[in-house]
Design a protein around this ligand. Sequence first.
Ligand SMILES: Cc1ncc(C[n+]2csc(CCOP(=O)(O)OP(=O)(O)O)c2C)c(N)n1
Length: 669
Amino acid sequence: MTSNQDFQASSSVSAAKMADAIRFLSLDAIEKAENGHPGAPLGCAEIATALYTRHLKCNPADPLWPDRDRFVMSNGHGSMLVYSLLHLSGYPAFTIDEIKRFRELGSHTHGHPERHAAIGIEVTTGPLGQGIANAVGMAVAEAWLNATFGSDIVDHRTWALVGDGCLQEGVAHEVISLAGHLRLGKLCFLWDDNEMTDDGHTNFSISEDVRARFRAANWQVIDVDGHDTDAVSAALDLSKRDPRPTMIACRTTIGKGLPRLEGLRGAHGGRVFAKDLDEARAAAGWTSGPFEIPVDVAASWKAGVAERNKPTYDAWRARVAALSNEKRALWDRVAAGDLPQDLDKTLAAFRKQMATDKPTRSTNAASADVVALLTDAIPELISGAPDLEGPTSMKRTLSAFTAQDRAGRYVHYGVREHAMGAMMNGMAAHGGVLPLGATYLVFSDYMRPALRMAALMDLPVITVYSHDSIGVGKNGPTHQPVEYLASLRAMPNMAVFRPADGVETAECWELALARRNGPSTIACSFQALPPVRHDVGTANLSARGAYVLAEAEGARKVTLLATGSEVSVALAARETLQAKGVPTAVVSMPCWELFEDQDEAYRASVLGSAPRVAVEAAVRLGWDRWLGERGGFIGMSSFGASGPANELYEHFGITSERVVEVCQQLLAA
Ligand SMILES: Cc1ncc(C[n+]2csc(CCOP(=O)(O)OP(=O)(O)O)c2C)c(N)n1
């Protein structure tokens, strides 16, 4: 007998009653909140019961157990299912009072699950499709850690509950394809196959064979009755025996157990009333009052989750304790999400080297050198650049993470930027690995939903973007970002770095790595840039977001603000202006967000009181914050064009001559 069967045999409470406990907790909370989505928690109650009480490896007393299975509810609108599960499983944060506060400000029972791993929520879900892509990233992280530390330390599964909506989203196609290719055998999707979405029957919008889609992508596909706990449990067992990822198509009835709405469109998110609950209680023979769980049912949940897992947890702790000192130190560090201790020194040495060498080359090339250093210094760094390995120089010495080689650290994402973004979030949320991605800045829009989730989840995910302006040149306007810096800067908790030369590139990398509670964007040039920094590189001048790169000779009459490739344009303009008797300062602004964080006095000292003119080969949006009422701006107000980069700069008037002109007009006004 397996331990699962042992548990089933010893439990006196029926699976149906255990599932009903989920149903009534969810219904009571949704009714009290006067909104929420009953359809998924009711329809998935048996699926969740099978998973949690018979299979899921977890410890409610230690939600952060690194070797726990990861559970993602990708159809996050059904969040009450998760909260009911966590309450019944004994996660301390999910008291009955928290369940009663469903959707109230400041509760843990948010409208959609919000990442808080310390209390049991692995990732934030809500935008459909993101969760399943996170799950694929988690499975990659697990496979790599398993290969690195061995099955004694890391050997767990990733389960994702997915709705029709998740599978219809484009990102699902990307990750299903990649997960099958990578044979992520410890990954299992449980599809809530209820043939219903918000608008009604799925046959309004989809007629393909979804199962065949998974099979074509090299997944194991199993069909079950989603309301038969034993059948679901048996399918979960089967998923463990196949080297391919598994999709279990669980045929369910939306809103099961809610007589007025079950099987109907209205069950998805319709309001439930006290009368509905009376009818549901009568139909199920559930005699307990609101928010009450019968003692025997509660005990069975405790036995099925906490008690079943206790021996596994204790044995794991003993194995970790028995690790050699060296392995233990590495494990403790990566499990805590800390970076290697001497990394600061390595990066500071690189910064100084850049200050000495003063190379004229693209910041993308300088960034690639940093990545090469990081690759050596951070063994848990896992990188990827969707089919742009050459232009982004990301792979270099790394071997690929493949179905055969789980120790590889370069993921060949193929041409799947959205998948990369969402998978990196999953890896970062999983912990133990440091994901790093690269592509062209203009393709960041293909990742945007995932970037927003990284920012929302406080995940330290770094993406490096090359080809950051019209400086791309002959590839033309499709490949020339103009509005991207503004749009990324608009995102709360996203730090956008745009370094001007090798030294600033090193600095921006140091700062991005130091950000542990939010994502970073590093925008790099395709074209070679002259060095703009002539100090010896002992201090990280970018750390305050913006700094005076060249002070005016004489009392400042004008301040030029610039980022990245346009810093050298500003410096050239300054020379002319100084020669014309206009004392001019140049401020480099590699990271607006860090500058915004500084105190007012520092910002005022950098910006000065003289008129300001900004130059950035991008749209003006956002710049007025730094320019004040009388500021001038030189940049882009249209899409770019196809042609050599230097001609494009002339064509669009992003030149030192134009900067001088604008300054003179401003001063004459
Ligand atoms: C990207 C995205 N688009 C739209 C929505 C709004 N939305 C929330 S649930 C839902 C229907 C999803 O249907 P399904 O996954 O079958 O869930 P079920 O009706 O079975 O609960 C929609 C369109 C969303 N949350 N995310």
